[in-house]
Write a protein that binds this ligand. Structure first.
Ligand code: SF4
Length: 354
């Protein structure tokens, strides 16, 4: 659609919906598919919304069934990358999450259900093709620690090797260092931890059900196992200069290998969105990207975004160019482009200071 970045938007879980959309388009039909809206419908003021569970998720029993047709994209495989992992193959061992974080849309997408694939099913897909890097896109792979231990042992028995990047909650790692070590032994190279904040009160407000103490212990467990930690922190609209400083201090103190930062964004469908929707107005859907703030900031926007960019810049400078430093390393110019884009936001967005 000329002038728009997309023709259609798939709302919620798209595993089955996307296939139905492609089928309809291939037949030359205007898609009449549950969970699909045109970009114009999506982008009009008040048009951003979530829908109920996709039929696929509603029907699934506790076990997830996935058979990706990788042969269809084999020609593109070498070009896929995720941050500094290139080439990379994506896999999914589970979907959903039993936790209920206030800002998170993932548990909403599956109606709070946590669906897992069987160990043999995962191993069969994993070993079918060689892959230098494997990014496991589970919302939280390690929820069932005993299952993950069994999976690590089954992979170990095949002798297959790849470099894994996976999501893991801090409290899970703190509770089960044995599982973390078992995954390190079969190639777990880095984890993504939703650290969010260095303040227990803020974590409780987000309904994170993990503490700063869990994070501290998790960092020890991961580092002892030789695993790099990408930790994400939320940049809250209430941040003042000292809050930005506290996040930087925590990143340095805990030696977070790859810090990443996201402005608190009330994604449609989340509990957070339902609480603050009246403050958002007709925000452009393009600004729900975790870099723009769609809510008013305590600091003037120019200072808020300058401090946000400065936080990234300082973290990136730590490594002296020898390591990832921050998450934005998909190309040599990715970080500078990101910083320039963040610093330019106040020019393109109406001032939303309170
Ligand atoms: S933020 Fe992570 S732990 Fe919290 S509900 Fe979402 S996926 Fe689960």
């Amino acid at each position: 659609m000329e002038g728009f970045p997309a023709d259609y938007v798939v709302l919620g879980d798209g595993t089955a919906t996307f296939g139905a959309l492609v089928d309809a388009l291939a037949r030359g039909n205007r898609p009449d598919v549950c969970g699909v809206v045109t970009y114009q419908e999506f982008a009009r003021p008040g048009g951003v919304r979530s829908q109920g569970l996709s039929p696929q998720i509603s029907r699934q029993q506790p076990h997830l069934s996935l058979q990706p047709r990788r042969e269809l994209v084999a020609g593109y495989q070498d070009r896929y990358f995720h941050s500094f992992y290139k080439p990379v193959r994506l896999m999914r061992f589970s979907v959903g999450c039993p936790y209920r974080c206030d800002f998170c849309v993932l548990w909403k997408t599956t109606g709070g259900r946590y669906l897992t694939r069987g160990v043999a099913d995962v191993v069969r897909e994993l070993v079918a093709i060689p892959a230098e890097n494997t990014y496991v896109v589970d919302d939280e792979a390690f929820i069932d620690a005993d299952r993950m231990l069994a999976l690590a042992q089954a992979i170990q028995a095949t002798g297959y090797r790849t470099r894994f990047h996976m999501y893991c909650r801090a409290d899970t790692a703190a509770r089960r260092p044995d599982v973390v070590r078992a995954w390190a032994d079969i190639g777990l190279d880095s984890v993504l931890v939703g650290a969010e904040s260095f303040a227990d009160e803020t974590l409780a407000n987000y309904r994170k059900r993990a503490t700063v103490r869990d994070f501290r212990r998790a960092m020890e467990v991961f580092h002892e196992a030789g695993i790099k930690v990408r930790a994400n922190f939320i940049v809250h609209q209430e941040f003042d200069a000292s809050d930005f400083g506290a996040v930087l201090k925590g990143v340095l103190e805990y030696e977070v290998d790859i810090p990443s930062f996201a402005v608190l964004t009330p994604l449609p469908g989340t509990d957070l969105y339902n609480r603050v929707a009246h403050l958002i107005g007709g925000a452009d859907p393009e600004t729900f990207d975790c870099y723009h703030s769609v809510l008013p900031t305590r600091l003037p926007p120019s200072e808020f975004y300058e401090r946000f960019a400065g936080l990234l810049e300082t973290c990136a400078a730590r490594s002296g160019g020898s390591g990832p430093g921050v998450f934005y390393r998909s190309s040599p110019t990715a970080l500078s482009a990101m910083l320039a884009a963040i610093r330019s936001i106040p020019k393109s967005q109406p001032a939303t200071v309170h």
